[in-house]
Ligand binder design. Structure first.
Ligand code: PXP
Length: 260
């Protein structure tokens, strides 16, 4: 299982002060030495963390492939096409969201996604679609001609937190008071099965399969067991742990969990 480390949160800390420190560029060598296989960054329309100049410097200096997440906004796609990362992962984006909240609406946005894939492919950039783990989303992603899908694991991660986190550690635990343990178990099984089924189906269609969102040192292990998924993209939990352990240990601990 490959590990993409999402380093946006280093830029989140920098932007809290609007200064130059910490510099996400400093993470590149540490991630590479600690077993990461890819660097993932998200160039948001509002530039709330990663800036265009970060993307340029990261692509120029990274020994690992760079997976750039972005929306289908044509202005962003123009910029991204000139920056030429190894891969672009198209994600839905809303100004008011704290983080990406779900997969792309590949049905409603079929035409614009199709044109976006065409443009990126012409620029020799691999394309991944961040989708919810449903049959329909996988079918349409295949028709759209993407090389990769990244399955959204947010629902699984939320239910996992409701089922296993203690009250003091999870916002989700408050909701869990309303659900019985049996309900939570069945929701967790369902959300996991959805990921397994979508990954298997995508693989049968010849798509490469990644997964991510909300994965952490507790909930990642069952996902690693899904052998049709070949890559995980993980940010928050790794950067959060790095505050206490350093980035090298945080990345290598996660890489150990990614071994099948
Ligand atoms: N994959 C995608 C497409 C994302 O948008 C994000 C969040 O930026 C991640 C993975 C990483 O999610 P997390 O920070 O919750 O690990």
């Amino acid at each position: 299982m490959s590990l993409g480390v999402n380093i946006d949160h280093i830029a989140v800390l920098r932007e809290a002060r609007k200064i130059n420190d910490p510099d996400p560029l400093m993470a590149l060598a540490i991630c590479a030495q600690s077993g990461a296989d890819q660097i993932t960054i998200h160039l948001r329309e509002d530039r709330r963390h990663i800036h265009d100049e970060d993307v340029r410097r990261i692509i120029e200096n990274s020994v690992l492939p760079v997976n750039l997440e972005c929306s289908i906004n044509p202005e962003i796609i123009d910029i991204v096409s000139t920056l030429r990362p190894h891969r672009v992962t198209l994600v839905p984006e809303k100004r008011e969201e704290v983080t990406t909240e779900g997969g792309l609406d590949v049905c409603a946005q079929y035409e614009i996604i199709l044109n976006t894939i065409k443009k990126l492919t012409e620029n020799e950039i691999e394309v991944s679609l961040f989708i919810d783990p449903t049959d329909e989303a996988v079918d349409i992603s295949c028709k759209l001609g993407a090389q990769w899908v990244e399955l959204h694991t947010g629902t699984y991660a939320n239910v996992y937190a409701m089922r296993y986190s203690s009250l003091s550690h999870s916002h989700h635990a408050i909701d869990s008071l309303k659900l019985s343990r049996k309900d939570l178990n069945s929701r967790l099984n369902q959300s996991y099965e959805d990921i397994v089924n979508a990954a298997n189906k995508a693989r049968i269609f010849g798509l490469k399969v990644a997964a991510g969102h909300g994965l952490n040192y507790q909930n990642v292990t069952p996902i690693v067991q899904i052998d049709t998924i070949e890559e995980l993209n993980i940010g928050q939990s790794i950067i959060a742990r790095s505050i206490f352990t350093g980035l090298q240990t945080a990345v290598s601990d996660m890489k150990v969990l990614c071994q099948r």
